[in-house]
Design a protein around this ligand. Structure first.
Ligand SMILES: Cc1ncc(COP(=O)(O)O)c(C=O)c1O
Length: 379
């Protein structure tokens, strides 16, 4: 690390491309790489470009701003955006050739108005709620939404390119809700096709379903977390041919020798048991390091895994090294692919009782981000 890299998130673009290639080959059908939430914390545009270099056919984002940022960066691949509120700037999305997910009649009406105002035909995907009770039209509201979409398509205002839904329990592949959601999806998509939406692609599978539930693959899969090399089933990513793309590390800011019985960090929730070396790591919860990691989360430092000593503060945490030695400037790895014995994001998730999704998307703050690899990097 250089002087500028006091604390950095290193993203391996080649790993992102390789993960997409592995998934794409395994499912042998089109793949939409989900790059919402700043590419799950890996950087929206670089992650998108790397995923496309790995063979992704399309990109998925939540909000229009993310889709427009991709277009502004010159990304021309199909992009679907799926979370909008009334008055969303659909016209900007349509001018940028962004596919819009629609889940209510009023939303479709707004898209139709924007299509007319811009003189475009909106590419629309209809989202059915098959049991997650989140985004998506309920099965009760679905026939009316489909009927409106059929009319709008006949009028030339929209073309329905997708019929889709999202699973509640894909990470528990034998859970009975999966078959129930698939049954609702089958019925809803059959209704739409019978009504005339024959060209729309059906898609349902997130990462866990892409890995474990071939019966949900339909016409396209839609993985997110697996693209970044994180095992959607909470296991060991490399066992699935996936490689974690993110490494999080910082340089020691200060070391000190203290006697036995020294209380460490706020509230003295850690007390040294012998004379020992302490090392100060200059990242904290303001940088997205979970406060819950105090006395629980692992790091790799001075060649061994160690647990954070005492509370994680806003800007820093402390390690109790015993007689091992670190010098100011030495590296501490919070998580990475695990190659050198460092913890993985999954290890952190287990330690702080969350999911790796949350860790990689919220780490940031004053970390700088650096990219390695060449996948998708413009020449
Ligand atoms: C609608 C939708 N599809 C796909 C995904 C990708 O999910 P995962 O990261 O579990 O693959 C998400 C992410 O939560 C989502 O909200």
């Amino acid at each position: 690390m250089t002087e500028q890299n006091r604390a950095e998130i290193v993203v391996d673009l080649d790993a992102i491309a390789a993960n997409v290639a592995v998934l794409r080959e395994r499912v042998d059908r089109p793949l939409m790489a989900v790059v919402k939430a700043d590419g799950y914390g890996h950087g929206l545009v670089p992650a998108a470009r790397a995923a496309l270099a790995g063979g992704a056919d399309a990109l998925g984002v939540t909000v229009l701003e993310e889709a427009l940022a991709l277009r502004a960066a010159g990304v021309t691949a199909p992009v679907l955006s799926w979370q909008h509120v009334p008055g969303a700037d659909y016209a900007a999305g349509l001018r940028a050739g962004v596919e819009l997910s629609v889940n209510a009649e009023w939303a479709l009406a707004e898209v139709v108005a924007a299509a007319r105002a811009t003189g475009t035909t909106a590419q629309v995907q209809l989202f059915v709620d098959t049991g997650l009770s989140r985004e998506g039209a309920t099965p009760a509201d679905w026939p009316a939404l489909v009927a409106d979409a059929v009319r709008a398509q006949a009028d030339g205002d929209v073309v329905v390119t997708g019929l889709w839904s999202h699973l509640a329990y894909a990470d528990a592949p034998t859970h009975p809700t999966i078959a129930a959601q698939v049954a609702v999806f089958e019925e809803a998509t059959a209704l739409a096709r019978t009504a005339g939406l024959t060209d729309a692609r059906r898609h349902l599978a997130n990462s866990a379903a892409t890995v474990a539930l071939p019966g949900t693959w339909y016409d396209m899969v839609r993985p997110g977390v697996a693209v970044y090399g994180l095992d959607p089933l909470g296991g060991v990513a490399v066992d699935r041919g996936l490689r974690p793309a993110m490494t999080v590390r910082a340089r020691v800011a200060l070391t000190k020798r203290v006697p036995a019985g020294t209380g460490v960090s706020y509230g003295h929730t850690h007390t040294t048991t012998a004379e020992t070396n302490l090392a100060l790591v200059p990242v904290g919860y303001a940088d997205g390091v979970p406060r819950a990691g105090g006395n629980r989360a692992p790091v790799l430092a001075a060649g061994a895994r160690r647990t954070i000593a005492g509370r994680v503060c806003m800007d820093q945490f402390v390690l109790d090294l015993g007689d091992d030695v670190l010098a100011p400037g030495d590296e501490v790895v919070l998580w990475g692919p695990g190659d050198d014995g460092e913890p993985t994001a999954q290890d952190w998730a287990d330690a702080v009782d969350t999911i790796h999704y949350e860790l990689v998307t919220r780490v940031g703050g004053r970390f700088t981000r650096r990219y390695t690899g060449t996948a998708g990097v413009p020449a």
